[in-house]
Design a protein around this ligand. Structure first.
Ligand code: 76R
Length: 280
């Protein structure tokens, strides 16, 4: 099978969000056809839709609830999470539910679903839960799992499939943040020649891979969907590794010269014990 044919399968109908007739921009060769005046877009593959949502808990309101109402709200929340878990186990979608440290919010719900509509429906269900009466949004990020082909991946390989349709682990800790790349006069990622970007991304990938025994990383792309160009989600059982990888990457050219970052959201998996501690 030629690379081109594999390529078309990725963009042309394999998996839950494939476009049956093939997406017109998804069947280009190694590089995109747009922006040729300056430089060429890298080819990307997309998978599930993604939405990170951060909520703050209004504890003043929560404390006023009766213990019956609290118990009912927790049971309903647990049933919702159990429904997400059932889809996750069946590999139809995935999700993460974590606490968040600091004052940027208290809980993070990350939904990965085949379509934008699926995300919306799960989000609606969440917001109609009784417990949502004490939750306020502090941040949300809508994007789609993305793998760019700077490294000339075999887009039909199982590794690529795992990146696009991830089975999110139940690791103890999460670190989520956004990144964009500079588009400033004199320092503009998007007008660099493909070759130069490729060189930087290969160095980036090489460094990244040295961390794969201690964490997982998921890149989602938000161009045209949200404010930031990418969302980075790191998961692992030792949060210090988040610090180490992000620090290490600051010295890599791609991040050092071009990286612009959002706030960082870090927290702990919301298991039954932490859920009880949070909503007591
Ligand atoms: O190995 C591969 O085939 C994929 C190579 C790869 C790409 C194309 C890769 C690997 N990344 C890619 C793209 Mn990444 N990544 C980040 C951050 O904090 C910072 O300084 C940067 C935030 C981390 C921590 C990280 C980790 N990566 C991207 C992109 C899109 C850029 C573009 O298209 O211009 C961004 C914004 C980004 C940012 N990266 C890896 C990692 C790790 C751990 C890996 C190796 C893991 C893996 O391949 O699964």
């Amino acid at each position: 099978m030629s690379e081109e044919t594999k390529e078309q399968q990725i963009h042309g109908g394999q998996g839950p969000v494939g476009h049956p007739g093939g997406h017109p921009h998804g069947q280009v060769g190694a590089e995109g056809t747009h922006g040729e005046g300056l430089s060429k877009a890298v080819r990307t593959a997309e998978g599930w839709h993604s939405q990170h949502m951060i909520f703050r808990i209004d504890f003043n309101a929560w404390k006023k609830w009766s213990s019956e109402d609290k118990a009912a709200a927790k049971a309903e929340l647990k049933a919702y999470i159990a429904d997400l878990e059932a889809e996750h186990v069946a590999e139809k979608s995935s999700y993460a539910f974590y606490s968040i440290n600091g004052q940027k919010g208290d809980i993070l719900l990350w939904l990965l679903q085949p379509t934008l509509e699926d995300i919306y429906v799960w989000e609606l269900r969440f917001r109609k839960l009784k417990i949502a009466e004490v939750l306020e949004y502090t941040f949300s990020y809508t994007s789609v799992t993305e793998l760019s082909n700077y490294l000339k991946n075999n887009m039909a390989s199982p590794e690529v499939h795992k990146k696009l349709y991830p089975h999110i682990p139940k690791d103890k800790y999460i670190c989520f943040y956004n990144m964009s790349k500079k588009r400033e006069h004199g320092e503009n990622w998007f007008i660099l020649p493909m070759e130069e970007r490729g060189k930087m991304m290969r160095a980036h990938g090489q460094l990244g891979r040295t961390y794969l025994d201690v964490l997982s990383e998921y890149t989602t792309g938000g161009c045209g969907l949200d404010m930031w160009e990418w969302g980075i989600t790191l998961m692992g059982n030792d949060d210090i590794q988040f610090k180490k990888i992000v620090y290490d990457m600051r010295f890599e050219e791609a991040s050092a010269r071009f990286g612009i970052f959002s706030d960082f959201y870090v927290g702990t998996i919301m298991d039954d014990t932490l859920l009880e501690t949070t909503f007591d």
